[in-house]
Design a protein around this ligand. Structure first.
Ligand SMILES: [Zn+2]
Length: 707
C-alpha cells in the first residue's frame, strides 16, 4: 500500500525512477545513497517495542494536549490561535504523527489531524505557512513562545512532520505546500537569511536542507538544488569548524559564550576558525546533535570526502572531551566536559538519534548504527519514566540523587534548580514536547532499503518489515528476538514466490565474530563492524538466524574510571530508589524527587577490571516473563524491560566502598582518580549488582577502580 503510494506520487512527474524496496533513491545529480529510508509504516513494532509505543499512547505522547494546554492546546499558533507559535507544537507532532500511524490508532490520528489540516490550509499566496505573524507584537505571557512567528526554525520541524504524514498517507497537498514554501524560501532568504529571526535556524539548517533534497527526489524541480546551495551557505559551517585543528584555547575566548555569540550569516571567518568541539561552551548541546548531520546531508550534493571526515572527527572529539558511556555528552546546555555528573538534555538524545538515522542512509556506516544503538538502548529509556508520564531535563551517567538543588549546570539558575527532577515542566519544557520522536523514529529506521535492490537490517528489535524487493515481489521479514537482551536475532521470511535479493545485516563493532545460519545450518561467520550480505533466492519460510556473542568489555573515561559494557548495553550499579512527590506550584510545576536507598559509592576491583570475562558474572533474571527463545518477544506483549524490577539481565561483581567519595551539591562528588585506589587494599569487598543503564533511575556508570 505504502509502496504503491510512493510510486504513484513519483509517476506524476512522468520520469522513470529507480526504486529500491519501495524507498526512494536519490535523483541525479545527487549522489546515490547506499541505504534508502523506508516510508513510515513499512516497519511495524512488536514485542517490547510495541508495548513501549502503547505506553507512549497512554502516557504523555497521547495526552500532551490535556497535560500541557497552555502551549499545545487550542490557542497554539499552529492551530490558528494567538498563543504559542514557535517550536513546541511541531515538536509534539513530530512524535505524535509517527506514533499514530505506527499504531494505526484513530484517536491519536484525530489529535494530529487538526494540526496537519490547519498547517496545510495556512499557506499564503506568497508561499509562507505556519502561525499568522502579529501586526504588533503582543504582551509576553510567561511560559509561552508567542512571537518570532516568521522564524525559519520551527517550520523546519513542521516540514519533518509533514514528510512523515505524506509517507504514511500519500496526501499530495504536502508536496504542493513544500514546493511553494521552498520557492518562497528561495525568494526571501537572500534578504532575511536563516538567522534573521533566531540563531537557532542557522545552526539547524541541515534539517531544512534534508527536506529540500527529499522533495527534489519526488518532484525533480531544479530550483530546489539552487535553494539547497543557499541554505547550506547560510547554515553554520559545521564542516569547517569540526575540522579545525588549532582552535584557540587562550583567555581571549574564555569569557565568551561561543554557542550564542553573534556568528550570524555571513559568518566571521576569524571566529569560525577558532571554534572547535573540545572547548567548553563551544556549542549548544541540541544544536550540536542536530548540526552534526549537516555535512553528511550536504555531501549528497557536494560529495567532497571532507564532509564525512569532519563528522567522524567531531564524534571522536565529542567522545574524548565531553563523552559519557551511554553514547551522549555533557552539555547542560553548552558543552560542559567529560565529568559524569554533567547534564545531558533529553532533546539532544532524541535529536542525535535522528541525526544518526539520517546519516546511516547516506553513508551506510556501521559506526553510526552502533552509536544509534548505544543511545537508543541506554540513554533514551533512562530519561523518561516507565509510564511515559514524566521526564528529566538532564540525565547524568553518575546519577545518585534527583533533588531540587543547585548542581553544576550552566543554565540551572534559570530553571529553579529542577533540571534533574522527573516532571512535566522541570528544567525547561522543550523536551516535554520534543521527546516523543525518539522511539517511533527508531522503529521506522530499524530497516532500510539497499541500493542493490535488497533490504538492510541495521538495528535489531522485535518488528516486521513489509515492502517490495527490487524485482517487485512483496516480502515480509519478521525479526523475532529479545534483543538487546539476548544474542540471537531470527529473521523469518515470507514471500508469495521465491525472490532473489540481497539481505544486509549489521554485525556490530562490539562483536568480534558473528555466526549466520540458514534454516538451521551454519552459513557464514562475519567479523564485527561491517555489514554482512547474504545473496540468495529466498523462499517462503526461510529462517536466517544471526548469533552475536556478547562479551563483557570495559571502557576508560575521565580520571581513568571504567564503564562496563556487554553487547549493546551499558551496565550501571543497581541502586534502590526512594521516590517522593513535591506539589510545587511555581512555573516548574509538580515533580518527583528520587533519593538512594542503597550505598552508591563503590569502586570496581582491579582484578575484575583486568579480566572482565571472569570478573563479572552474567545472568538472565529468573523472573523475566516467558521462556525459551521468545522470552522477550511478541509472545509477551506486556513485557516492559526498562525498569529496576524488570531488568532482564544483570552482571554481578565485587566492589569496595570508597568512604571519602561523597555527595557534592546533592550529586555524586568528584570521581577519585583510579590509580587504582590502593589505600583500600585491606578493606573487604562486597558483591554488587549491575543492571542495564536503561533500567536505572539512580546509577553509577563510570566507576573508580580500587585494589
Ligand atoms: Zn529540550
Amino acid at each position: 500500500m505504502v509502496a504503491a503510494l510512493v510510486l504513484l506520487a513519483a509517476s506524476c512527474t512522468g520520469e522513470e525512477r529507480t526504486y529500491q524496496a519501495a524507498g526512494l533513491q536519490n535523483r541525479l545529480p545527487l549522489a546515490p545513497n547506499p541505504y534508502i529510508e523506508l516510508p513510515l509504516g513499512t516497519v511495524r513494532p512488536e514485542g517490547w517495542l510495541l508495548h513501549q509505543l502503547k505506553l507512549m499512547r497512554d502516557g504523555m505522547t497521547g495526552h500532551l494536549d490535556e497535560l500541557y494546554p497552555p502551549v499545545v492546546g487550542s490557542r497554539n499558533g499552529w492551530l490558528g490561535g494567538d498563543g504559542d507559535g514557535w517550536e513546541r507544537g511541531p515538536y509534539w507532532l513530530d512524535g505524535l504523527v509517527p506514533l499514530a500511524w505506527l499504531l494505526e490508532d484513530d484517536s491519536l490520528k484525530a489529535k494530529a489531524m487538526p494540526w496537519i489540516e490547519w498547517t496545510l490550509n495556512s499557506q499564503t499566496d506568497e508561499g509562507y505557512f505556519g502561525p499568522v505573524p502579529f501586526e504588533t507584537e503582543p504582551e509576553p505571557e510567561p511560559g509561552i513562545q508567542k512571537s518570532r512567528r516568521r522564524d525559519w526554525w520551527p517550520k523546519m520541524v513542521m516540514l519533518k512532520v509533514l514528510q512523515q504524514y505524506y509517507e504514511a498517507t500519500g496526501d499530495g497537498r504536502v508536496t504542493d505546500l513544500m514546493s511553494r514554501y521552498f520557492r518562497y524560501q528561495l525568494a526571501r532568504l537572500p534578504d532575511t537569511p536563516l538567522d534573521h529571526w533566531s540563531f537557532w535556524a542557522n545552526r539547524r539548517g541541515g534539517d531544512n536542507l534534508m527536506m529540500v533534497y527529499w522533495l527534489y527526489n519526488i518532484t525533480g524541480e531544479s530550483f530546489l538544488l539552487e535553494l539547497a546551495d543557499l541554505i547550506h551557505e547560510q547554515t553554520f559551517p559545521w564542516t569547517e569548524v569540526f575540522l579545525n585543528d588549532d582552535c584557540y584555547g587562550g583567555a581571549e575566548l574564555d569569557h565568551l559564550y561561543p554557542y550564542n555569540t553573534g556568528n550570524r550569516y555571513p559568518f566571521d571567518d576569524s571566529l569560525i576558525g577558532r571554534l572547535c568541539v573540545e572547548q567548553l561552551q563551544a556549542f549548544h548541546c541540541v544544536n550540536l546533535a542536530q548540526g552534526i548531520k549537516e555535512p553528511v546531508i550536504r555531501s549528497q550534493q557536494d560529495p567532497r570526502l571532507e564532509h564525512l571526515a569532519a563528522v567522524k572527527k567531531a564524534f571522536r572529539d565529542i567522545r574524548r572531551f565531553h563523552g559519557q558511556p551511554q553514547g551522549m555528552y555533557g552539555g547542560d546546555e553548552p558543552l560542559h566536559g567529560g565529568v559524569p555528573t554533567q547534564g545531558i538534555e533529553l532533546c539532544s538524545v532524541v535529536e542525535l538519534m535522528y541525526s544518526l538515522e539520517k546519516m546511516i542512509g547516506v553513508t551506510g556506516d556501521v559506526e553510526f548504527m552502533d552509536h544509534l544503538e548505544r543511545i537508543a538502548y541506554n540513554a533514551l529509556p533512562a530519561q523518561i519514566s516507565d509510564d511515559f508520564s514524566s521526564r528529566q531535563y538532564f540525565q547524568q551517567a553518575n546519577q545518585v540523587m534527583l533533588t531540587r538543588h543547585r548542581h553544576n549546570f550552566y543554565e540551572e539558575d534559570h530553571h529553579g534548580n529542577t533540571d534533574l527532577c522527573f516532571g512535566l515542566l522541570t528544567g525547561y519544557p522543550c523536551c516535554t514536547c520534543n521527546m516523543h520522536q525518539g522511539w517511533p523514529k527508531l522503529v521506522t529506521h530499524l530497516w532500510y532499503g539497499t541500493a542493490d535492490g535488497g533490504l538492510a537490517a541495521v538495528m535489531f528489535a522485535p518488528c516486521t518489515v513489509r515492502t517490495r524487493t527490487g524485482d517487485g515481489t512483496d516480502v515480509s521479514i519478521r525479526q523475532v528476538t529479545g534483543y538487546p537482551f539476548e544474542e540471537k536475532v531470527r529473521f523469518l521470511i515470507s514471500l508469495p514466490r521465491p525472490s532473489a535479493f540481497p539481505l544486509h545485516v549489521r554485525i556490530p563493532g562490539w562483536c568480534s565474530e558473528a555466526l549466520l545460519s540458514l534454516n538451521g545450518r551454519p552459513l557464514q561467520t562475519e567479523p564485527g563492524g561491517r555489514m554482512a550480505v547474504v545473496h540468495r533466492k529466498w523462499e517462503d519460510g526461510d529462517l536466517l538466524e544471526l548469533h552475536l556473542p556478547m562479551k563483557t568489555k570495559l571502557e576508560r573515561w575521565v580520571e581513568h574510571s571504567v564503564s562496563v559494557h556487554r553487547g549493546p548495553l551499558v551496565y550501571a550499579l543497581k541502586i534502590g530508589e526512594s521516590w517522593s512527590h513535591v506539589d510545587s506550584t511555581d512555573q516548574w510545576g509538580a515533580f518527583d524527587e528520587v533519593r538512594p536507598s542503597d550505598i552508591w559509592n563503590y569502586g570496581l576491583l582491579e582484578a575484575a577490571v583486568l579480566d572482565p570475562e571472569n570478573g563479572f558474572e552474567f545472568s538472565v533474571q529468573a523472573q523475566a516473563p516467558g521462556s525459551g527463545t521468545d522470552r522477550f518477544s511478541a509472545e509477551n506483549p506486556e513485557f516492559y524491560p526498562w525498569s529496576i524490577d524488570s531488568a532482564p539481565v544483570l552482571l554481578k561483581t565485587r566492589g569496595k566502598v570508597i568512604p571519602d567519595w561523597t555527595l557534592y551539591r546533592e550529586m555524586a562528588g568528584p570521581l577519585p582518580h583510579s590509580l587504582p585506589l590502593q589505600h583500600l587494599e585491606n578493606e573487604h569487598s562486597e558483591l554488587i549488582t549491575l543492571i542495564p543503564y536503561g533500567c536505572t533511575t539512580l546509577r553509577i556508570t563510570e566507576f573508580p577502580v580500587v585494589r
